[in-house]
Design a binder for this molecule. Structure first.
Ligand code: PEP
Length: 251
């Protein structure tokens, strides 16, 4: 039985006051819900991690970063290592988001190195994959996602510490989503690919999130698909009511 995971990627949004208030509201809701049947993860920008960790402590909400270095320490100006995140109290990190792949030239090999460094530091990791619109329109989706998975999954993958997020690039921030059938097709295919890469048991237990314009009004349709184990939410994770409504769709 895979426990659903509702993850929020705040991206480059939030100043101190609003970030603390959003985290506090979420933590209160999560804490007050009796034995929630879903895990909740939020990834604020680096600048808010300390504050948010403080505010959500003992609520059960899991906090992490949106990226990390593949290195532990050293001459890498501007980067933040997974060891530093762990030291701060983070539980996990997102790697391979399409905005990192596009804006910072992150290849599958870099994503894999980052994921391996994060696992070595004791963090959980959410690895993002997904096709562009052109790849979707030319029928390449399953192959693109397969190659991303094969090349970016850490050798030491376990179902407890690694989560995969399928995020079609064309669905992020656009209000467009694939059909339910398309999402289920990709997720089922990812589980199949994972069985080859990390073995059938891990593939069966690993959580596969869908991300890309998840909103309260489409969350139920997406989150009740058999191979969808949660959501990675961008824009809607910045509004407590929307994010909480999405989480409620797992019930
Ligand atoms: C994301 O940034 O991972 C994302 C899915 O964004 P949005 O929900 O805004 O499409």
């Amino acid at each position: 039985m895979r426990k659903k995971l509702i993850a929020g990627n705040w991206k480059m949004n939030g100043l101190t006051h609003d970030g603390i208030s959003l985290a506090k509201d979420l933590a209160n809701l999560y804490k007050a819900s009796d034995n929630p049947i879903f895990d909740m993860f939020i990834a604020p920008p680096f600048t808010l991690l300390s504050n948010v960790l403080e505010v959500v402590k003992e609520s059960g909400v899991w906090v992490g970063a949106q990226d990390c270095s593949m290195y532990d320490a050293g001459a890498h100006t501007g980067d933040v290592s997974p060891i530093m995140l762990k030291d701060l109290g983070c539980g996990g990190v997102i790697v391979g988001h399409s905005e990192r792949r596009a804006d910072h030239g992150e290849t599958n090999e870099i994503v894999k190195a980052k994921a391996e460094a994060a696992l070595k530091a004791g963090l959980g990791v959410i690895i993002c994959v997904g096709e562009t619109l052109r790849e979707r329109e030319t029928g390449k989706t399953l192959n693109v996602v397969k190659e991303q998975l094969q090349k970016s999954i850490p050798t030491e993958t376990t179902a407890g510490r690694v989560v995969i997020a399928y995020e079609p690039v064309w669905a992020i921030g656009t209000g467009k989503t694939p059909t339910k059938n398309d999402v289920q097709e990709v997720h089922a295919s990812m589980r199949h690919v994972l069985a080859d890469v990390v073995g059938a048991e891990i593939a069966q237990n690993i959580r596969l999130l869908y991300g890309g314009s998840v909103k309260p009004n489409n969350a139920k349709d997406l989150l009740t698909l058999p191979d969808v184990d949660g959501a990675l939410v961008g824009g809607a994770s910045l509004k407590v009511n929307d994010f909480w409504a999405i989480a409620q769709a797992v019930m």
